[in-house]
Design a protein around this ligand. Sequence first.
Ligand code: GN1
Ligand code: MG
Length: 365
Amino acid sequence: MTQELQHIASQFELEGSIARIEGLGQGFINDTFIIRTEGEAPDYILQRKNKSIFPDVPAMMDNIQKVCDHIRKRVVAEGGNPRREAMTIIPTHDGKLYFVDSNDEYWAVCEFIADTIAYDRADTTELARMGGMGIGKFQAQLADFTEPLAETIKGFHNIRHRFVQWDEALAADAANRKAELTEEIAWIESRREEMLAFWAKVESGEIPMRVTHNDTKINNILFDKQGKVLCVIDLDTVMSAPTLNDFGDAIRTYANTGAEDDLNLENVSLSLDMFAAYADGYLSQRATTLTQSEIDHLAFSARYITYEQVLRFLMDYINGDTYYRIRSPKHNLERTHAQYALLQSIEAQYDAMCDIIVKTTAKYL
Ligand code: GN1
Ligand code: MG
């Protein structure tokens, strides 16, 4: 593998020579490596993009490049450091944004940003506030981005589309697991109508589409050593979508007192303090720009995205674990249970969450 990786890495326009290549991180989708170089040259991130999940990697890389270029210009205009505050995509020697190997696998490289910290959970309200500011700033940087973006995953956070997949999964029952999942399936079905009612507001245009990251869980954000958001990474799912997705998905991780796949469901709950802190940071950047309907649905977006995550983990379990990387045979079911515990906690505190949004918005208007 090492030699193969060396061969793949050598296709890209790297500065310096390769010292070694190491595995990195714990993404559920792509395989990620770090290319360590000799001397002063930067290190690089090498990723095998999962082509069964991303059917058009060239279009995805094109999206990423356009968005990074835009952010880089904004950073430069504001006197920031574009090599640290924007992702730098490295092309191949023949100028492509990806390399296809002899097994028809797609690879891409970007610069590694040194001296940063990535978190798997938020332990302080200050970190949650900074995370909210970072995503708010990311959205603001892209507010005047007008180029069309390819839809890298069809209907990614479109619950109507997810229900089509869900109904197919139940009908096929590919792994023969449906019979043991009566209770879990009812969790999904009992909320189908309220989720579709929300999505109808997107379809009618009441809730607008904007450039959206779509995967803002905490470990997709790099913080500097002073605790500020430096750069938002993992742009694979940047698309035009309701920007509420980014708020909801962030709350799903920042405000969870437990882990995404916690086996002890008593650990799992929504921390109102973390929620308030994230909302404060986020609205400090976005309150004057969002529409009233977006603001009115911020708290609901945490229910929506967490519900969708319950559905996606359960659907993957029903399908026989074909989408997410799993670490044990029941991992997707464990994730389903842990995310459902979070959803219940969000539902129980929903009124308080709505109050926090009203008060915090008023502070910044
Ligand atoms: C995946 O790739 P990663 O680990 O950042 C997934 C997200 C899920 C998340 C669950 C393209 O994100 O949508 O919310 O796992 N990404 C894709 O933790 O499906
Ligand atoms: Mg990621």
